[in-house]
Design a protein around this ligand. Sequence first.
Ligand code: ADP
Length: 190
Amino acid sequence: MLNLILFGPPGAGKGTQAEYLIEKFGLIHLSTGDLLRSEIAAGTPLGLEAKKNMDKGELVPDEVVIGMIKNKLDANKQVKGFIFDGFPRTVEQAGALDKLLEENGTPVSGMLSLEVEKKELIARLLSRGKTSGRSDDQDESIIENRIQVYNEKTSPLKRYYTAQKKHFCINGMGSVEDIASRLETTVGKL
Ligand code: ADP
């Protein structure tokens, strides 16, 4: 199985690139952001609770997202692999993912880290906010907070996966096609 983690700050292009990788390698896409937004759209108690954190640019509690991922892994046995997008976002989530995948006998293959300059991230998110309807993309102070949360809580995961020799840096600046081909080359070597 091919289990990829698509990693990077908000606005790095994880969702866009995930679409290419799913197609190319036949993987199941698991985006915790998308799963949470479906819960909000369905008006579930979990969604309503998560929305409070998301609207501020804070993380949703670990146990909530870990539970959602566990359900999806249980519901998708016998697949070619997964692409994790926006998960894990904390060291605790990474540890939980390792445990869940270990139970299935299929470890993380690699963590692909998209590197993008902060100025570019803010520009991309504000531009997405004009069409996505996502309130967390429309306010620059919320965007700043999301980037800060990423730097504090999420970027330490690079060390976590470096220690496992699974961390790969990808230049996330440039055209969508160029970035996709960089990712493809790296995944091809896993
Ligand atoms: P982006 O990568 O642009 O921030 P996402 O859709 O991945 O967009 O995430 C949107 C919001 O959903 C985050 O700011 C956070 O509140 C919540 N979220 C998504 N994934 C996680 C996660 N793994 N852990 C905690 N919160 C999460």
